[in-house]
Design a protein around this ligand. Structure first.
Ligand code: 13P
Length: 247
């Protein structure tokens, strides 16, 4: 199974639904549709209405984050996994570098993963090195630490998808070389095999993926799909990625 996940970040209002309707139309008719899943993570404000709209359709709706407590608490503006599930979310991102940058620690991320799974949300756990770590050749060490500090076998690999998003690649148009990416993906799967005992969750790539560079990524068979930011905000760009992947 391949994954094409669109992370809208701080984008979208109710009428932006038309973008997803066009993507869903393509997805529903695509002859390759059973080979992949499309998941979109709109902002919190749209999760309930979009989930209801797509309840019996192909696209799944997820959240971009969740709070590290399970149900209700007195944390202003926080949204728990229980609340997300109650409005129809099926997935949640955890550990996006935007949120790590705003203070999400490994122990907070572990609680997010734990409570998300407890509430039947599948977790897309994001990892990635920054520019300095890459320059100092620390990428593999950083990724191993990010995975080992949060993921545990008891979470069950079927509840987890890992998204490798090098921070220096997000929104910059810069992407790793095919060799680098193959090596990194194999390393991530090796670390995950260690955690989950000889079996690995799906591993996605994210960072400046678009219809013109997807051809390079598709050659790396170890990559199970993509987490797409900018190019998920228009139906044409998002559909082009899928079309060119299966070309
Ligand atoms: P871009 O595709 O805009 O580089 O964003 C990637 C990302 O951060 C998705 O979570």
């Amino acid at each position: 199974m391949r994954y094409f996940i669109g992370n809208w970040k701080m984008f979208g209002i109710p009428k932006s639904l038309s973008i997803l309707n066009r993507i869903n139309k393509y997805y529903s008719k695509d002859k390759n549709r059973n080979k992949y899943k499309v998941i979109i993570t709109p902002p919190y404000t749209l999760i309930e209405s979009y989930s209801r709209h797509f309840r019996n359709k192909r696209i799944s709706i997820g959240s971009q984050n969740c709070y590290q407590k399970e149900q209700f608490s007195s944390n202003t503006a926080a949204i728990s996994p229980y609340m997300l599930k109650s409005v129809g979310a099926k997935y949640t991102l955890v550990g996006h570098s935007d949120n790590r940058g705003e203070g999400d620690s490994d122990s907070m991320l572990k609680d997010k993963v734990r409570y998300a799974i407890k509430n039947n949300l599948k977790v897309v756990f994001c990892i990635g090195e920054n520019k300095k770590e890459k320059k100092n050749k620390k990428t593999l060490i950083v990724l191993k630490r990010q995975l080992r500090n949060v993921l545990e076998k008891k979470f069950n690999k079927n509840n987890i998808i890992v998204a490798y998003e090098p921070i220096w690649s997000i929104g910059t148009g810069k992407i790793p070389t095919a060799n680098e990416l193959k090596k990194t993906t194999i390393h991530i799967k090796k670390v995950l095999n260690g955690i989950f005992k000889k079996t690995s969750p799906a591993v996605l790539y994210g960072g400046s993926v678009d219809g013109s560079n997807i051809g390079m990524f598709k050659e790396i068979r170890e990559i199970d799909g993509f987490l797409i930011g900018g190019a998920s905000k228009t139906s044409k760009k998002f559909i082009d990625i899928i079309k060119n992947y299966y070309r």
